[in-house]
Design a protein around this ligand. Structure first.
Ligand code: ADP
Length: 393
């Protein structure tokens, strides 16, 4: 059991690449933390510095109470699972799993029987007892990945580190292994740091999710917080499928209340935003709307005098350009008269067709307003703390 702390960790590679830029994070004991972001954002480098496979440029990494900057990987009491499994090809599954225990047999005071017991217990936990005598080349991708996980957990390390462990598996297996890893992590109650580029994987696995871009932590928070209150436009667009729709426009006043001018009319913003938006009046901003905040049918409560309901829905005229069925739901791609592109996700039974012009309803209580630019701050979520910084300092 251990917590892990990164304080202002930076890493420059030769040639002027700053792979990791002042990252501060605190991972709680038994926590499952996921680092996610597009390729090249610095997540693997961060993980490899925690593992000791990459030297720390500047800053401090602690595992438990110990600063580990200068501690070699084998003495950090961590176990890492890689995308490419990294199994020893000439050894059986049994030997692959027993290997690290044998190396440290004396140190851990283990008998041969102890090692055998640990290997068999771990194999049972992962449902790979029948594979113990096989070599890696006689295993499927999913089985190899299980063995790689087995090899990591058999040692009962303080911290698990996963580097894109599921990327080589097909989609169905990936989802199966994902739930298995989560169940296992809960059962073993071991602090876990997991790297992926897949936002869905991040959201389903993490107790907290760290979204990175260009070596910088953009937000660190529980998955729902990231989804509902993204700190900036980058996080908002990276998380969620289909992506949030962004409409450039201007904050205006309508009947003394804030509204967002989208070019062919203005959408009333909910009252709770009034104060937060007061200093942005008449400024170019970006409105963000999640696909599930759109509805085609008039939402219940709309038009009733109850302000908390009726007024939070805004109507917008659109033309449907594409309908993508997804079984129980469907995605509808829309264009406004001012040529803004939007995407909504609605119930499959809602009747809409390509080419149709209609008015859609937008739940403005769930709208976001961002400053312009790729990293534009979400001013409607601004007084929420950035979990990363709040915890680490
Ligand atoms: P991610 O895991 O998010 O895809 P990485 O941590 O692998 O990102 O890489 C972060 C940045 O550092 C990238 O720009 C990458 O090209 C660069 N980088 C990674 N490893 C090296 C290396 N050994 N030498 C030079 N640059 C590197």
């Amino acid at each position: 059991m251990a917590h892990v702390k990164l304080i202002d960790v930076t890493k420059d590679y030769p040639g002027g690449v700053r792979a990791v830029d002042r990252v501060s994070l605190e991972i709680g004991d038994r926590e499952f933390l996921v680092l996610v972001g597009p390729s090249g954002c610095g997540k693997s480098t961060t993980l490899r510095m925690i593992a000791g496979l990459e030297a720390v440029g500047s800053g401090t990494i602690r595992i438990g109470d110990r600063v580990v900057n200068e501690v070699p990987p084998k003495d950090r009491d961590i176990a890492m699972v890689f995308q490419n499994y990294a199994l020893y090809p000439h050894m059986t599954v049994y030997k692959n799993m027993a290997f690290s225990l044998k190396l440290r047999r004396r140190e851990l005071k283990l008998t041969k029987a102890d090692i055998d017991k640990k290997v068999r217990e771990t194999a049972a936990l992962l449902g790979i007892e029948d594979l113990l005598n096989r070599r890696p080349k006689a295993l499927s991708g999913g089985q190899r990945q299980r063995v790689a996980v087995g090899r990591a957990i058999v040692r009962n390390p303080k911290v698990f580190l996963f580097d894109e462990p599921l990327s080589n598996l097909d989609a169905k297996l990936r989802v199966e292994m994902r739930s298995e890893i989560k169940r296992l992590q809960r059962r073993l109650a071991t602090t876990t740091i997991y790297v992926t580029h897949d936002q869905e994987e991040a959201m389903t696995l993490g107790d907290r999710v760290v979204v990175m871009k260009d070596g910088v932590v953009q937000q660190c928070a529980p998955p729902l917080e990231i989804y509902d209150h993204p700190a900036n436009r980058f996080v908002a667009s990276f998380v969620g499928t289909p992506s949030m729709s962004f409409i450039e426009g201007r904050i205006v006043k309508r009947d003394a209340e804030p509204a967002f001018d989208v070019g062919n009319g203005s959408l009333s913003l909910p009252r709770w935003m009034t104060e937060r938006l007061s200093s942005y009046a008449d400024r170019e901003m970006v409105l963000g709307i999640r696909p599930d905040a759109f509805s085609v049918e008039r939402p219940a409560g709309n038009g009733v005098t109850d302000r908390t309901h009726g007024d939070d829905f805004a109507k917008l005229g659109v033309r449907i350009t594409l309908v993508e069925p997804l079984g129980d739901r469907k995605d509808i791609y829309m264009t406004t008269e001012a040529r803004k592109q939007l995407v909504g996700r609605v119930d499959a039974r809602v009747s809409v067709s390509e080419g149709q012009s209609l008015e859609v309803f937008i739940d403005m209580s769930r709208a976001h307003v961002f400053e312009p630019g790729e990293l534009g701050v979400n001013v409607t979520a601004m007084n929420r703390q950035n979990g990363a910084m709040a915890r680490a300092n």
